[in-house]
Design a protein. Sequence first.
Length: 115
Amino acid sequence: MADIQVYKRTPAEQQLAQRRAKKSMRDQVMMFSLMIFLTLVSFSMVVAHEADVIGFSKYFIIPVIMLFAAVQVGLQLYYFMHMSEKGHGIPQMFMFTGALLGFLIPLTFVTIVWW
């Protein structure tokens, strides 16, 4: 059988690993809380529109909800897919390039067709 070598961390390495884990968990919880908050704001805006509250027309609510959705997608990709960590430069490049092309190509064809 092959010999298994166990690497024992020094106390300084262990403390560094624990600090990084705590920071990562704190960031995940903060982002999750922000996602819940944005979702609650979106739902409350729709409820306010349905209750005929002044100032909550569909022309105001739809763009704001779309903006919140875009923010949530970006934050979920960045934090929950661990794109904020080091060593994810190539996947980030491909994802952002795909998002850019996914926006520009339809915009180009809409511009060509309508003008």
